[in-house]
Design a protein around this ligand. Sequence first.
Ligand code: MN
Length: 502
Amino acid sequence: MALFADKIRFFDTTLRDGEQTPGVSLSPEEKLSIARKLAEVGVDVVEVGSAAASEGERQALRLISGADIGVEICTYVRAVRQDIDYAADAGADSVHLVIPVSDLHIEKKMRKTRGEVFSMAMEAVTHAKERGLIVELSGEDASRADQGFVRHVFREGVLAGADRLCFCDTVGLLTPERALEIIPPLVLAPLSIHCHDDLGFALANTIAALRAGATCAHTTVNGLGERAGNTPFEELVMNLEILYGIKTGIATGELYSLSSLVSRLSGVPLPVNKAIVGEMAFTHESGIHAHGVLRDASTYEPVKPEVVGRRRRIVLGKHSGAASVAAALSERGYHPTDPQLKEIVQRIKQLGDEGKRVTDEDLLAITETVLQMETEPILKLRQFTVVSGNSVTPTASVTLQMKGDEVTGASIGTGPVDAAIEALRRSVADVADIRLEEYHVDAITGGTDALVDVTVKLSKDGKILTSRGASTDIIKASVEAVITGMNRLLREEDEIRRKDRC
Ligand code: MN
């Protein structure tokens, strides 16, 4: 059985193939911040766009090449002199030189013959070497090509000076079994494997190719990429580490922040149930499972959340058992008696049955009602004013009453809700650094007069809490959700002090 290479290399193509995701476009500065993070996490090569595509792409390439971030900077080129010159002039270290190798691509896309494409490839390799570039010669649509021709192009390419080779499963038609068969004869130089996920096999095919002699994997963060995307970097790293016992050298503790950065800048949200980085990947609700996890996390957590830079979350809902409710309460300093706990669980299930998501604020409100310890809120809203329109910058001011004092805050924002939330945050900035981590809005019914339900996730000193506000006015609902959450966060310490009482 083939073995993995001693050192598996990671060639990141988030900023090229990933950016080819329909609707995704990153500015040069955004690309630089992602490239820096990739370098920090430990990838070996960062592919930055196609130098020939636009002046913006070349600008990004110059910016990143000039930033000296400590990784090889590569760019995509066709077998065209001009592309290679652009790459060299922009300061790239290497080129990902892509040559169609399947008859389908050669005849239908290029309207050329194998011989013509072969000559173009050899000339391009020679020219790129003359321009001092590292060359990764890539066979496009190689999985549908005549493998004899692929081998011929690769062998002659290496003789012409190509430093590395790459097998592209351009439309995701490879299987792991076939990869084991066709990859070994192609290992004529260090070989990369580039897979697409059209049929959901990108990760499995990449691993099979790495077992069969490839030494480098092309990946994208979050599996971003054309159509169904590319092999997801974070999943490949964790599979190699956990299932194959390989030390990848990647800083896995940074995987989640890398994913979040790419998701935020690309505007492509992470699927909630995505492996490793999805919101639900380390969230437990079911009563039985949460109970197991609380006793020994390995019962239902094959990956420790902190290994990938995350934290476990136990959320409550209609499946919640007394154990998870008690654990959530104990974390916040409440220790109800058994009958009290039973009553709290009962009320939480009722909320869940009504189809509502149970926020931390709901849990605490229920608990305080059951324990009969309703207290005065620390913050009370006196007034808020928001100005918005097509010719003014959205601006908000708020006045709050805080333990007898009046505090005010004002801010501009990208919209009225953003301005109002930032004004609230600033009004309490002297006493607490409270941050908005997430904002979610649901319209309960259709129509512009609908009741909207706003859920916010706030954090203070690493503590995270969710709370909700509902109103027909979206700004009011948002302000209410944030103030309720702030009240809980500010009271956290009081509650912990109170824990011996209940
Ligand atoms: Mn691709």
